[in-house]
Design a protein around this ligand. Structure first.
Ligand code: SF4
Length: 372
């Protein structure tokens, strides 16, 4: 496809030239992109890369969220979801509950289950193995995307086993990929405020390195719109890019707009549409080595997710039957989107919807893996 050659902004033109010659853009370039007001020029570069990678296809999934418990030892200030064990709202799903939820979602035709929960001190690795096997028993070809790097690190600690053993046992049970949660923002001075007891950014990356070495593909997230500065975003993107150069294990990068309701974080400023566009487009341009950029419509809103499809995004997320975490923090979107709703969003952006799993195993009658 023709490269956009009518970029007026001088700095963005030099970034476009680097992209055109396959040279990585620098951290200074990323900072400039995060601060530019020329979002149409920025979008032209991001959309060029997105089209080069994925043509006119945009991806979506048909899945359910399984949040097995909200009891969590850490009680991070950024979290509106977690509870102490004795709180009125505390819950831990029984295997009967899990079976009912999975059977109901299977009857609605899901391909994938996305499992995350709090750090519950009484749940052994055996509980999680049994949970995964139960789900596979109901639908053997269910794609299971389970547990954040924070949960894996915790499972290893409380079961007194190595991280490799945790991965091995859960992969044997049926886990195929990891969601990218818990990354938040890597900068220590920000993390100390928003999630002081959570594993460090360096540890999060090291857990992901181990997952990648064991053959698991993962997502990576970044939480923005709280107290971070553009420099913190650049640091985060840069550390993801460095690990990806080493392992090639990240399938997707997912910026997550922070929702502060019911949390202990005073948001410094609220993002505007321009801010969101800058974050997603910069991510697409900077992370040359990560195949997919996902905008979860449930976090950012369906209309903005649709617009972002022209600013570097190629995946708008999934149906998410029964999402709990972002809605506890005040997201105003519905907690479920139908497949026809997601397809319509994509089609009305003049793109072709492709139903897929988080590992980009195409479901809608196309036997091939997506281009990357
Ligand atoms: S963000 Fe995760 S680790 Fe932190 S309190 Fe909430 S559930 Fe627990």
């Amino acid at each position: 496809m023709a490269f956009p050659n009518n970029i007026q902004n001088k700095k963005l033109r030099s970034i476009a030239e680097k992209v055109h010659s396959d040279a990585p853009v620098t951290k200074e370039d990323a900072l400039c992109m995060l601060k530019t007001d020329d979002i149409l020029d920025l979008g032209a570069i991001a959309n060029h890369i997105r089209t080069r990678l994925h043509g006119n296809i945009a991806y979506y999934g048909v899945n359910m969220n399984l949040n097995y418990t909200n009891i969590c030892e850490l009680r991070c200030p950024l979290c509106a979801y977690s509870c102490d064990e004795n709180d009125e709202n505390a819950f831990l799903l029984s295997f009967d509950d899990i079976e009912k939820r999975i059977r109901s979602a299977v009857s609605m035709g899901i391909d994938e289950v996305h499992i995350v929960g709090g750090l519950h001190p009484k749940l052994t690795l055996g509980y999680f193995e049994k949970m995964i096997r139960l789900i596979k028993g109901i639908k053997p070809d269910m794609h299971i995307v389970a547990f954040t790097a924070v949960e894996y690190d915790y499972f290893a600690k409380i079961n007194n086993v190595s991280l490799e053993e945790v991965f091995r046992r859960l992969m044997d049970a049926g886990v195929e990929a990891l969601p990218g949660g818990g990354a938040e923002i890597f900068s220590g001075h920000i993390r100390d405020i928003i999630a002081p007891k959570k594993i460090s950014g360096t540890k999060w990356l090291s857990v992901m390195r181990t997952a990648h070495k064991m053959g698991l593909k993962t997502n990576a997230t970044m939480l923005y719109n709280h107290i971070e500065e553009p420099e913190d975003i650049v640091d985060h993107l840069s550390r993801i890019r460095d690990l990806q150069d080493e392992t090639a294990g990240f399938k997707t990068f997912v910026p997550l707009q922070f929702h502060g309701e019911n949390t202990k974080i005073d948001i410094k400023r609220f993002t505007t549409g321009y801010d969101d566009i800058r974050i997603y487009a910069t991510s697409r341009i900077f992370l040359y080595n990560v195949p997919h950029i996902k905008a979860l419509w449930m976090y950012i809103g369906d209309k903005m997710a649709q617009v972002l499809l022209r600013f570097g995004v190629d995946d708008i997320g999934a149906t998410y039957h029964n999402e709990k975490v972002v809605h506890a923090a005040g997201a105003q979107t519905p907690d479920f989107g139908s497949e026809s709703f997601l397809r319509r969003l994509i089609q009305r952006a003049q793109l072709m919807p492709e139903r897929t799993t988080a590992s980009y195993r195409i479901v809608s009658g196309h036997p091939k893996e997506a281009a990357i």
